[in-house]
Design a protein around this ligand. Structure first.
Ligand code: DQA
Length: 145
């Protein structure tokens, strides 16, 4: 099973960026965490980060026929991007949404997620562990089919 893990804007700045919200560990640590989680679950995971909405849309389109699942933390685009929602609906690849922080208990503008309209499940507020849960969910979902 091949899973594409997409991270949106500013997640490359983990560790520097608002550590009281997103933690002290950096993006390289997140990649290592995801690599270990994928190994543990026996799946292949490819990670990609971009600060650009269109690049994330391209990546989702290119996943068609290549990946069996998508884990996405769209970061700020969660709350604004109809383009990312439409791309996920277009490719129809099982998708799980992840947020490091609990977006439901922060500012009002973070409460709505376009991506959740296409995602099978959302994990928020679990830090890095949310990515592991997402991979596990996609594996179980694929096994059910
Ligand atoms: C985030 C939450 C978003 O609201 C925010 O814009 C991010 C990160 C999270 O992982 O908690 O950049 O997706």
């Amino acid at each position: 099973m091949k899973i594409l893990v997409l991270n949106g804007p500013n997640l490359n700045l983990l560790g520097i960026r608002e550590p009281e919200i997103y933690g002290k560990e950096n993006y390289a640590s997140l990649l290592a965490f995801i690599r270990r989680a994928a190994e543990e679950e026996g799946v292949e995971a490819e990670c990609f980060q971009s600060n650009h909405e269109g690049v994330l849309v391209d990546k989702i389109q290119q996943a068609l026929g290549v990946f069996d699942g998508i884990v996405i933390n769209p970061a700020a685009y969660t709350h604004t991007s109809v383009a990312i929602l439409d791309a996920l609906r277009a490719v129809h690849i099982p998708t799980v949404e992840v947020h490091l922080s609990d977006i439901s208990s922060r500012e009002e503008f973070r409460r709505f997620s376009y991506v959740s309209l296409a995602a099978l499940k959302t994990y928020a507020g679990l830090g890095f562990e949310g990515y592991h849960q997402a991979i596990r969910f996609l594996k179980a979902h694929a096994a059910d089919k």
